[in-house]
Design a protein around this ligand. Structure first.
Ligand code: ADP
Ligand code: MG
Ligand code: ZN
Length: 505
C-alpha cells in the first residue's frame, strides 16, 4: 500500500509512540590519480571508455595490483573516523551480474574489512548518556566498518539521439577506488542523519581524500530505516533507500519513509524488508526489489590478491599526516578567540574558510569583529558573486586593514560597509580607498558642533517644536547633520553634542 503525498504528515501523538532507527551506508570515491587495481586514470569527464585496460575491462587472465595510495587514503579516513585499523584485512569477490560490471564480480571486502569500531560526533537534541566524554547536545554515532572496494562502470540510458531503444556503458569509472563507510543503527531522526552525513563529508574534505562531489557521484548515500514502538529494544524491519544523491533528498526520503512505516505499524500491518528508491517526480519512495529477490553475492576471498597488511609503523606514519579535524578546530577557535559556538561552527565549515578567518585575526583584527565580518559581509558578498573563499577579491590582510580603521574610529560601521563594497570591486586596500574617497570619519567635536549650530539655525520651526516637547525631532536633526557631513560625522558624537546644543526640551 502506498501513501498519498498528504499522508506524509504524521500526528504528534504517533511521533511520541514510534521511534525511527536509521543507519547510513556511504560510498566515497578516493581521489587517487589512478584506479585501485590498474594504472588507468580516474579523471572525471573524459570521453567514454578512454580510461580502460584489460584489468578494469575484466578481460580473462588480467591480474589486479593494489594501489598503495588508495590504501593510504582509506587508512587516513579510518583513523580520522576513530576506527581501529586491522593489521590484516582481505579482499573478497562479490558476485553479481550487471552490464557495467564486466568481470561479473566486484572486488570488495567482506568478513575482514580494513577498519572497524569508529564513531562520529553529531549534534543531537536528544543527547546521549553512554559513551565517552561528550559536550551537551552531542551524540556519538558508531561506525561499524570502513572497507575498500572498486567502483563499477556507468550505464547511460539517455542523453543520446538514439537512446529511446539503446543503453550505453562507460567503463571509465570501473575500478575507481571507493571507501564504504557503514554506520551503526544509531541515528534517530532525518535531522540526525543529515547532520551525520554533513560531518562525515566535512571530515573527508578536511582529509582531502575525496572531492566529495555528490553531483558527480563521488559521495553516494544509501539509507536504512526502520520504525519501532518507543521503548522496544528489538529493531524493526528495515527498508533500504538507494541512491540518495543530495542532502535534501536524503532528508525528504527519510521523512517520507518514516511516515509510511509508522502508518503501516499503526494500522497493524507489516513493513516488508526491501530496497526502495526515492522517486523525485512523485516525492516518495517506491519499491525496487523485495528481499525475496535479494542477491546472494556468494562472497569468497579474492584469489588474485594477497591479504592486505597495514603495519603499525605505516599506520603511525599516516596518523601523523592527519590535519586538525573540524571538531578540534572548532573547540580551539572557541577558546582561542572567545567565539560563540555557532560562529566557530560556521567558520570551520571548510579549512579554507577557517584559514581565512585565522589570518584576519592574526593580522591584528579584533576576533569577534573579524568573525562578524567574515560570516556576514564577506560570505554574503562571495555567495552573491558565486565565488569560493579562495577566490575572495579581498585578502584576509586587506580585511584586517579595514577592521583596523573601524577599531580606531576612522570609519563608522556604515562607512566601512561602503569601503568594503569598493574593496570587493577593486581589491584595493581600505586605506587607499578612504584616502581616494576622502571618507574618513569626522570625530572632531568643534567641527561637528559648528555643523550642528548651522543646522539648528537653518531650521527654526523644528527647533520650536522640539522645545515645546516633540523630542522625537532629535532624529531629524541627526539626519540633517549627517547629510551636511556626507555621513562622515561620528553618529555617537553627533547625538551627544546635539543634546547639548538643543538644550533641555
Ligand atoms: P544488510 O545485511 O541488509 O546489508 P547490515 O546489517 O549490513 O544489513 O546493515 C546495513 C546498514 O543498515 C547499517 O548501516 C546498519 O546500521 C543499518 N541497519 C541494520 N539494521 C537496521 C534496522 N533494523 N533499522 C535501521 N537500520 C538498520
Ligand atoms: Mg550490508
Ligand atoms: Zn584499467
Amino acid at each position: 500500500m502506498e501513501l498519498t503525498r498528504d499522508a506524509l504528515e504524521i500526528p504528534e501523538t504517533l511521533k511520541g509512540k514510534y521511534e525511527p532507527v536509521i543507519g547510513l551506508e556511504v560510498h566515497v570515491q578516493l581521489r587517487t590519480r589512478s584506479k585501485i587495481f590498474c594504472g588507468c586514470s580516474t579523471r572525471f569527464g573524459d570521453p567514454p571508455n578512454t580510461n580502460s585496460c584489460p584489468v578494469c575491462l575484466g578481460l580473462p587472465g588480467a591480474l589486479p595490483v593494489l594501489n598503495r595510495e588508495a590504501v593510504a587514503m582509506a587508512v587516513k579516513a579510518a583513523l580520522a573516523l576513530n576506527c581501529r585499523v586491522n593489521s590484516f584485512s582481505r579482499f573478497a569477490r562479490k558476485n553479481y551480474f550487471y552490464p557495467d560490471l564486466p568481470k561479473g564480480y566486484q572486488i570488495s571486502q567482506f568478513d575482514q574489512p580494513l577498519a572497524e569500531h569508529g564513531w562520529i560526533e553529531i549534534r543531537s537534541e536528544e543527547g546521549q548518556a553512554e559513551g565517552g566524554p561528550q559536550e551537551k547536545g552531542t551524540k556519538r554515532i558508531g561506525i561499524t566498518r570502513l572497507h575498500m572496494e572498486e567502483d563499477a562502470g556507468k550505464s547511460i540510458h539517455d542523453g543520446f539521439p538514439d537512446s529511446q531503444d539503446k543503453s550505453y556503458v562507460d567503463l571509465n569509472r570501473s575500478g575507481t577506488p571507493l571507501a564504504e563507510i557503514v554506520s551503526e543503527p544509531d541515528l534517530r531522526s532525518s535531522a540526525e542523519a543529515y547532520d551525520y552525513l554533513t560531518r562525515l563529508k566535512q571530515i573527508l574534505e578536511y582529509l582531502d581524500v575525496s572531492d566529495c562531489n555528490m553531483e558527480e557521484g563521488s559521495l553516494r548515500c544509501d539509507a536504512n530505516v526502520s520504525v519501532r514502538p518507543r521503548g522496544q529494544q528489538e529493531l524493526g524491519v528495515k527498508a533500504e533507500i538507494k541512491n540518495l544523491n543530495s542532502f535534501r533528498y536524503l532528508q525528504k526520503a527519510l521523512d517520507y519513509e518514516i511516515a509510511r512505516q509508522t502508518q503501516l505499524l499503526e494500522r497493524g500491518e507489516k513493513v516488508v524488508q526491501e530496497t526502495r528508491l526515492w522517486n523525485l517526480e512523485q516525492q516518495k519512495t517506491v519499491s525496487m526489489r523485495s528481499k525475496e529477490y535479494a542477491h546472494d553475492y556468494r562472497y569468497f576471498p579474492e584469489p588474485d590478491l594477497l591479504p592486505l597488511a597495514v603495519s603499525d609503523a605505516w599506520q603511525k606514519e599516516i596518523q601523523q599526516t592527519l590535519p586538525e579535524l573540524p571538531d578540534a578546530k572548532r573547540r580551539r577557535m572557541v577558546s582561542q578567540y572567545k567565539l560563540r559556538e555557532y560562529d566557530a561552527e560556521v567558520l570551520t565549515a571548510s579549512q579554507a574558510l577557517a584559514g581565512y578567518y585565522e589570518k584576519v585575526a592574526a593580522a591584528g583584527a579584533d576576533p569577534k569583529l573579524a568573525a562578524n565580518w567574515v560570516m556576514g559581509n564577506l560570505l554574503g558578498a562571495l555567495k552573491a558573486a558565486g565565488k569560493q573563499i579562495g577566490e575572495s577579491p579581498v585578502s584576509p590582510e586587506a580585511l584586517a586593514g579595514l577592521l583596523a580603521l573601524i577599531q580606531d574610529k576612522t570609519l563608522s560601521g556604515k562607512m566601512a560597509k561602503s569601503v568594503f563594497e569598493e574593496m570587493l570591486s577593486t581589491s584595493e586596500s581600505a586605506k587607499t580607498i578612504v584616502g581616494r574617497m576622502g571618507l574618513s570619519q569626522i570625530t572632531d567635536s568643534d567641527q561637528i558642533r559648528d555643523t550642528i549650530r548651522n543646522v539648528i539655525a537653518a531650521n527654526p520651526k523644528q527647533l520650536a517644536q522640539y522645545k515645546s516637547g516633540k523630542t522625537s525631532l532629535i532624529g531629524f536633526f541627526v539626519g540633517q547633520v549627517m547629510k551636511e557631513t556626507k555621513g562622515q560625522a561620528n553618529p555617537q558624537k553627533v547625538n551627544e553634542l546635539l543634546k547639548e546644543e538643543l538644550g533641555g526640551a
